[in-house]
Ligand binder design. Sequence first.
Ligand code: T1G
Length: 692
Amino acid sequence: MTATYQVHGDIAVITLENPPVNGLGHATRSAIVDGVQRALEDAAIRAIVLTGAGKGFSGGADIREFNTPKALQEPSLHTVIRVVESAGKPVVAAIHGLAMGGGLELALGCHYRVAVAGAQIALPEVKLGILPGAGGTQRLPRVLGLERALNMIVSGSPVLSEKLAGTRLFDQMIDGDLLQGALGFARGIADQRPLPKVRDLRVSLPNADGYLQFARNTVRAVAAQFPAPLKCVDAVAAAVSKPFDEGLHFERQLFLELVQTSESKALRHAFFAERAASKIPDVPGDTVLRPIRSAAVIGAGTMGGGIAMNFANAGIPVTMLETKQEALDKGLATIRKNYENSMKKGKLTQAQLDQRMGLIGSTLSYESIGSADIVIEAVFEDMAVKEAVFRKLDEVMKPGAILASNTSTLDVDKIAQFTRRPQDVIGTHFFSPANVMKLLEIVRGRQTANDVLATVMDLAKKIRKTGVVSGVCDGFIGNRMVEQYIRQAGFLLEEGCLPAQVDRAIEKFGFAMGPFRMSDLAGNDIGWYIRKRRYVEKPEVTYSRIADKLCEQGRFGQKTSAGWYDYKPGDRKARPSEAVNQMIIAHSAEIGVQRRQVSDEEIVERLVYALVNEGALIVEEGIALRASDIDMVYLTGYGFPLFRGGPMFYADTVGLPNVLMAIRRFAKGHHPEAWRPAPLLEKLATEGKTFN
Ligand code: T1G
């Protein structure tokens, strides 16, 4: 379906019908033009109402059409808006639910606009690395004024329709039934001439140039690697300085430039990747979910407390269980402090703080959590401890309760075997701080029931996490890949790099933090503990021993004021350590490696392609459902730069043959065993295909 045409007395009603968001794809655009022409040719019709079925008016242009011929196929959105605006009979946009992007631009081309309250009004294009490309930057300032329009366009954030009542955006707010209200409004203005056009309005602001210069400086400071926000300012500035048609042309030029940028393609990839991640091929979308009305968390430490906050934030009552009262008291105090910090930043009101704290209970007794719909254990990362907890949970939890483990590396299938209900067991791997990081790795055990998996995926959305399904393997998706990244970082030190050079190179690439600063922050002893286990379990996996030497000196990182870097007490600034650098140089000599100058480009390739190669194995083994899921893991959990779209998307943009060539080059160097090309990578590269 695309759009329907109905006649109500002497008013024609064109209804957009292109679920799920009435995207303005080519078919819908054609149907609108046909409908308007039909109404203009029918002498009995005095006015036209344009409205949307379902969720709302329209979510904008169909992003899936971008960079395809369909996006520009006539009638383009520009043409549709021109047909509407130049119509000889009044066209009234009737808005509910949402009017976003091209949807709002279409409404701005209408002669009148009416809306009910609660509709999300936005020009979110900047979030996709582009800008409103169908007149939004020229028309919105004409109805809302320069400042308000610029804020909406540069932020891309929605504003509720009622907040815009009384502006020239809406001619009337409708109470009650939107269609009836719109029909009544249309009859009232049917004979009014001339037909009002937004393009004929003027944008006026005293000292507009000064304001725009201020806007440019502000945007430049925060836009970082994204070109779109600054171009939004330039386009809106044209609404002030240029005649309408020139401004429209200028906007179009900027749009066409931005839509081709790699940043925009990365943002659009991330948009769809986030939505694809919640789709589980062998679990039907209509699987009946288990109700989650209450939760319990075992452990009130950093992770347990953070996990509990996620439930409270979503309005779900949660009980934390600990073995000692002082641990509970400490956990609750930490949560309260976190909320108070948010309140100080204006992100929370006192009432919300009280409401959320009121949702967090605490107990020392397993028996008191038996009625919870889901329980998540966040206890020490040791299988014996997990076993004791899950055997206890199996005893006390009601039938049908979901038993989840927050383990970051242990085998969820083994954990499930500690219960008589392995079908109810699942992994929910949160990332610290659990109340902040968006990523939630949802680990599907061999026996995890489909409805348990679907319920936890739905819960991820409810607690505002990006849920990504992972199969059971050591490290699941993120940590399994990061292990290869850390290995390469260590090898680079042996070959000639120092920590500061590696960190600087990868941070210039766009990572929030390089591997050595990150390790000092997290604690070098964590990796040390895992490597010591690995040396026994997987002797074939080689590591640089430099990190072990560091830990043997007690240099665990920030928490010991010394790690890869030196730290002054109370100061997080990482200062290169001469002692560590000398230890690294001595180590190379000790193992007989001739140190060499390593380029930043090689550092980035070694670190990123280590992720890509392991990611390819993870997809091939079915641990991840799709390559874009791996991108979501790295974008939301590991600080991979958003403007690069994630490791697998980035590899696609580099070209898989180039990635493979680099890996084959590395396989001739130091530690060739770490560079066995993944068969999937070789296959796709040979076939000229991509991961995504
Ligand atoms: N194009 C194509 N598909 C879209 C879409 C769009 N604009 N918006 C949503 N979808 C799909 C989405 O992928 C998912 O698909 C389903 O709809 C439900 O989405 C010229 C050029 C509208 C607030 O940026 O912000 O207009 O996974 O899960 O939570 O200036 O979708 O089910 O197959 O997000 O209720 C500008 C983007 C486009 C709005 C609804 N518009 N969309 O949120 O549902 S560029 C946007 C959203 C443009 C003009 C320019 C949200 C939503 P599937 P959902 P939701």
